[in-house]
Write a protein that binds this ligand. Sequence first.
Ligand code: ATP
Ligand code: MG
Length: 379
Amino acid sequence: MSIDNIMKRLTEILGITRDVLEKKVGRTIRIMSYRGIDYVVLREDVGGYREGTIVLLNDEKIIHGYPGIRRLALLEGVPLHMVDEIIVEEKMNGYNVRVVLAGNKVLAITRGGYICPYTTARIEKMYGDRLREALSEYEDVVLAGEVIGTENPYVVYEYPEARGFDYFVFDVMKNGALAPLSLRDEIVDKYGLKRVPVLARLNKNELEKLREIVDDLDRRGREGIVIKDPMHRVPPLKYTTIYINIKDIEEGMKYPFDEGRSYLFSRIIRLVCQAYEYGLSDEELDHIALRLGRAVLRPAVESLKKRSMGRLIAATYKLVFPSEEDLRDYLEFLEELGVDVVVKIIGTSREGVKAELMKLKDTHGYYSKILETGYSPLD
Ligand code: ATP
Ligand code: MG
């Protein structure tokens, strides 16, 4: 399809004037293709469409972006924003994937609006038939869920229930809006899909119960909760555990000039509010302070030592491609996006092709400079 043709189709499908769209091509609007499916990604909010919205040009289908979820600093905020009854769900720590059907193909779409060939291949292999059936019956529905586990190129976090890779549905979307949770449950149950753990159905004023749930997740090393109105009459809220806030810092500080930098302040503020709301004693605070201090320093020092020994400061991801073709498609996708990574094939087994993906971090460069010059890159 020519650019001109694509723009014409896009204005028709989205109902946005051509000059508004034209200015955005290349930056906000990105044209991509996957296995003969031409699609457009909205990388920012445009003309009333949310960031992460994707348009399948052949099917003339708009798949709206998944809405952002407001974070609570204090659980005390719950009664202020919810209506009456609330559903408390586990917030799983993975990456957001919308699943749709295009023709007969199951597509896995990332939060940003890209059809991820890797995620698509893994989900197809695990749930392809069930998803095809479900989405043929519920034609106007988009599934939204979290991919969790250790075998992906985005968020690596171990879940005993995921064994490498799995997909847990948390919402169903219709015309860009979140549908009542009863519809999600109906579809998940009918087609044998998995759903994020639903932890409780409470009244919005039951803060003590809410706290117990969060404490339990904290002890179990889980991320947190999402609080939803059963009908999504008001937007959901998210709240995370002390455990994950510190854990994120520990992971992020392997790369102080990358995630480390951006994680620190937000997570510290989360901890400050938690300490206040939980009424932590000086002794409890000291205990957290030690964990926090370790999380800040240890991984960062470890990485600097590693660099001084000539090693690369890079994040590595384990991937398992169901087929050679899936691997090829994924490599092509990376090239199209222009991301700078190295993919190493480890070997082939019954499960497919095992590979390792390496992303060099900015910290590698910063640390190299520090070690070469002795200068600090910051004042
Ligand atoms: P946001 O823009 O929504 O704030 P973010 O990229 O900062 O997103 P998170 O802080 O992880 O992400 O919080 C929102 C995300 O949590 C959702 O987009 C979704 O991927 C994930 N999630 C996990 N479990 C659930 C759940 N039960 N309900 C809704 N979202 C969930
Ligand atoms: Mg997340």
